[in-house]
Structure formats: C-alpha cells, structure tokens
Design a protein around this ligand. Structure first.
Ligand code: NAD
Length: 165
C-alpha cells in the first residue's frame, strides 16, 4: 500500500516514514519545508535503503495534491503537516488557523476527489462517504467483520491487524 505522509520531512513525519518503509509500505511525502529540510528525506532514504517519493509543496495547494493523487495510488494518508509552536500560535492565531485547518480541509477534499476518480462511485451519498471513511481509516473493521466508527473512546493501541489494512 502507498501511504501519503504530509509533513513527512518534519520530526514526527520523518520517523513515521522510516517505520512505514521498514514495514514494506511505499511512502509519498508532501512537505513545504517551512520548518524542515529536504536533508531529512535524504536521511530517511539512507536509513531505510528505500527512497520515498518527495514533493515540495503546500498541503493547502489543492492542485498539487490532485497531481500527487493522480500520480500515485494512495491508499491512506497520515497528516502531520502543521505549525505547532505554542508561543507563535498565540501571537499569530489566524496564520495557524489558515495553515492547520485549511490544509486538513484541502487534504480531505483531494482524498474525496481521488476516490471518485478511482471509479468507486456507486450507490448514494451514504455509500460514497462510507467508502471514503473505510478507505481512509475513519471506520475500522473489527475482527468479527463488523464495522466500527473510530471515536475518542476507541482503544489507543489497536491490534496490529486493525491497523491500516
Ligand atoms: N513533536 C511532538 O512531540 C508532537 C507531539 C504530539 C503531536 N504533534 C503533532 O504532530 C505534527 C507534526 O509535529 P512535528 O513535531 O513533526 O513538527 P515539525 O514542524 O517537525 O513537522 C511539521 C512538518 O510540516 C511541514 N508543514 C507545515 N505546514 C505545512 C503545509 N501547509 N504544507 C506542507 N507542509 C507543511 C513543515 O515543513 C514540517 O516539515 C503536528 O501537528 C504536531 O502538533 C507533535
């Protein structure tokens, strides 16, 4: 499976990329390098022996996201791209809302559009959103085959087979 990691050149993102690549996933990174360096991506490749696809772009850039989803068969996205300095967020809240909220909205829109492009449009609205939710992990399949919505009360440490498969 190919996993899109936004903010994949950052601290948490780059470590996640190493873990994903070591577990056999293909990784695509989008990062605008506002708080990181492309050297981190090179280090990920050095450590794992596998080169993730890297796009220097802003997650709020819908056209850039669409190009990535058209180029790669993304099965899952992990969204780490964001600004997170506490003091700065108090000084410039609107910039933080813009960066962190709009990037999430644009990413969800691009995922929904990619899902439709992939030709999965069958049935009504509910079916459509249900399938998006399953594909992108908002809903999980329990071992007994029943679907369960992931809520704040869901277990923090799902069993391995419940993760991303
Ligand atoms: N570091 C921690 O201990 C910690 C703990 C809990 C949660 N988090 C969360 O994890 C996420 C990542 O944190 P981090 O510590 O890795 O931060 P980081 O700054 O190291 O990484 C964030 C990455 O996102 C990129 N980025 C920011 N805005 C972007 C945008 N609009 N488009 C594309 N790329 C963008 C930055 O260039 C950077 O590489 C944040 O949401 C943070 O709040 C971090």
């Amino acid at each position: 499976m190919t996993i899109l990691v936004t903010g994949g050149a950052g601290y948490i993102g780059s470590h996640t990329c190493v873990e994903l690549l070591n577990r056999g996933y293909d990784v695509v990174i989008i990062d605008n390098l506002v708080n990181s360096s492309e050297k981190a991506v090179a280090r990920v490749a050095e450590i794992t022996g596998k080169k993730p696809a890297f796009y220097k772009a802003d997650v709020r850039d819908r056209a850039a996201l669409d190009r990535i989803f058209e180029t790669h068969d993304i099965g899952c996205a992990i969204h780490f791209a964001g600004l997170k300095a506490v003091g700065e967020s108090v000084r410039m809240p609107l910039e933080y809302y813009d960066n962190n909220l709009l990037s999430t909205v644009r990413l969800c829109e691009a995922m929904a559009a990619a899902f439709l492009r992939a030709g999965h449009r069958r049935g009504g609205k509910r079916d459509f959103f249900g399938k998006i939710a399953i594909k992108f992990g908002v809903i999980t399949k329990k071992p007994d085959g029943c679907l369960a919505i992931i809520t704040e009360k869901s277990g923090l440490f799902p069993k391995r087979r419940e993760r991303m498969h």
